[in-house]
Design a protein around this ligand. Structure first.
Ligand code: GTR
Length: 347
């Protein structure tokens, strides 16, 4: 068993055991920080220590956003609510984490809307290709009422959506040279598991191989897959660029990240605490986006310096044409959201 899958299994066993034993933070009101209980007025209110699961390393921009969020929550609750950020998939791979957040065994997480689509169908819209023209277009939509409604809709799946974080654009990288859409034909490409991604690979003539993020490096190394796709920071920090040295910038998706809580945890909090947490999440967005911008450039520089062959796609037409029929197939399912995305265009 691969090291990371084994770690995820252990994490899952511990979390379920904790849940069964009824020692989740929301059940007991505290989790191991009674000594830190503040004095005075605040002492009458409960103290909590929660966990936040993050799959990226400690210095990755989403993790920095999580930490800023935790810091703000701590500040706004006078130290009563402590959120410990567990980076590098210590609490498990994304899908397993989402399942545990749904159960209330993990209280907070930052995940991609890619895997989230398997739990809440509306989020599949972000995996549709070329629907955003730019970062501005994407954020114009994410800051609008429909995107907020999508976060609210997460409560149907036992989550509380708190904020969107930036994740740039995803492009393909491969072990063998790919310089145009034709070269992708027949290639086995790792995707985040969701139905839209599988249909997307088919539309491009490639074959979709869904697997957890933590398994991609080995699968590239052993040739189980021919390539994968991601943004600059993930391509760099995962070291996938060492195995797949051809990066073709088609920017097919902009799949935002989501900061969210377990509804099981949330329902046990006071209105005042809910408000403090929501405010902290909203305030952390600007910081996360700033960090994203900086790190995106740094990762690009590092990857280019390592000798990766980067192909800019000057004409996106053939790519967009190839996926048109699949987008049409999804049009009725995502009609309203697609309309709102269209209306959020900035030019
Ligand atoms: C990254 C994203 C992760 C994960 C990963 C993947 O861009 O931040 O949460 O979803 O992609 O491809 O699995």
């Amino acid at each position: 068993m691969k090291k990371r899958s084994f770690t995820s299994l252990i994490a899952a066993v511990i979390a379920v055991a904790a849940l069964l034993a009824g020692c989740g933070a929301a059940n007991s009101g505290t989790r191991g920080n009674e000594s830190a209980a503040p004095s005075g007025e605040a002492a009458k209110q409960p103290t909590y220590t929660f966990r936040l699961a993050e799959s990226h390393p400690a210095d990755y921009p989403t993790t920095l956003g999580d930490k800023k969020f935790a810091e703000l929550v701590h500040e706004k609750t006078n130290g009563r609510i402590k959120i410990e950020v567990f980076p590098s998939a210590q609490l498990g791979e994304e899908k397993a984490v989402i399942e545990q957040v749904q159960l209330g065994a993990i209280e907070f997480t930052r995940v991609s809307t890619g895997p989230l689509a398997e739990f809440n169908k509306a989020f599949g819209v972000f995996s549709l290709p070329y629907i955003f023209e730019s970062e501005e277009h994407e954020w114009n939509f994410l800051n609008g009422p429909e995107a907020k409604q999508m976060l609210e809709g997460l409560s149907d799946s036992k989550f509380v959506g708190l904020a969107y974080y930036d994740s740039g654009a995803r492009s393909f990288y491969t072990r063998k040279p790919v310089t145009n859409i034709e070269d992708l034909k027949g290639m086995k490409i790792r995707v985040i598991q969701n139905k839209v991604n599988i249909d997307l690979m088919e539309a491009l003539g490639a074959s979709a191989t869904p697997m957890p993020y933590g398994d991609v490096f080995n699968s590239l190394q052993t040739g189980v897959i021919d390539g994968a796709e991601n943004n600059w920071p993930s391509y760099y920090t995962s070291k996938h660029f060492e195995q797949a040295k051809y990066y073709i910038l088609d920017a097919h998706q902009r799949v935002p990240e989501v900061l969210m809580a377990s509804k099981v945890t949330w329902d046990k909090l006071s209105d005042e605490d809910k408000q403090a947490i929501q405010e902290a999440a909203t305030e952390s967005i600007a910081y996360q986006r700033e960090q994203w911008k900086k790190f995106e450039k740094e990762s690009e520089d590092k990857v280019r310096a390592a000798g990766v062959t980067v192909t800019e796609v000057t004409d996106l037409k053939p790519w967009q044409e190839a996926v048109k029929p699949m987008i049409e197939e999804y049009r009725s399912e995502f009609q309203d959201i697609l309309g709102a995305i269209e209306n959020a265009k900035t030019k």
